[in-house]
Design a protein around this ligand. Sequence first.
Ligand code: PAP
Length: 286
Amino acid sequence: LRATLTFQKHFKAIDSDIILATMPKSGTTWLKALAFSIVNRNNHSVDESPLLFSNPHYLVPFLEMHLYKDGNIPDIDAMPCPRILATHLPYQFLPSTILDCSNCRIIYLCRNPLDVFTSTLHFVLQNRFASRPLASLDVPFEEFCQGIYPYGPFWDHCLGYWNASLKNPQKVLFLKYEDLKKDINSSVKKIADFLGYPLSAEEEEAGLVEEIATLCSFENLKNLNCNKEGEIQTVFRAKHNSFFRKGEVGDWVNLVPPSMANRLEKLMQEKFGESGLTLDIHGNSV
Ligand code: PAP
């Protein structure tokens, strides 16, 4: 909370800023790698990318969880532009400087809530945030359905950015993890266009879209030494490899029973209502 309040009070957005927003475990690490590679492609060739030597969380730091942690006020003006920064905060909690800065862009990545829930439980266990293995899913699932989850209720988080993207599509791009999995090449181009770094016909012909997609792919990042070893210290300590577990769509089936999945599906239908937002849970959009 202290870090968030400091971030809200002291951060000053500038037009070239790029803000990557996600609910935890929605594909943040992937989005960081993609945005970093797209924007910096003229500074480093793909085979010399800093991603080959650094976990993406160092290249695109979290605002409230990293830069402003413990109430620290970082010298953020010293960062090279464009600054690519990440947050898990809900849209409603972003400092007004981000919302009022006319050219600063926000990309939001959303993911099927059952995969978010599943990924979170594995992350907690892998980093031993819980003192003992879970006896049952009942309590964490109930809490998730009640909106008791880091950064607030899942549906409020998505809807905040969804509505903002409808209102101001030049400023907020709303993406889904499952769409990136389905067609990463189109997603790379979409992100590049939105950020004002479109790929030229020559770059496309030279295969740069595919090269960026491959560099940022789960298989590639997971197998790099910089992601196999080490830990990152933000407001908590997490193993680098805990950000690369399976990287699949629908892995929740191995953890969550159908009765719970049906309940969450109905809850999402209710919460999303007439918003126009749909998420693929059972291979169907809800
Ligand atoms: P964070 O919000 O705590 O930073 P985040 O990166 O969103 O974490 O969550 C990790 C999830 O993204 C993991 O999902 P899983 O538990 O279902 O496997 C991780 O595997 C997945 N992930 C990380 N990198 C990639 C990638 N390059 N492509 C696809 N999925 C990825």
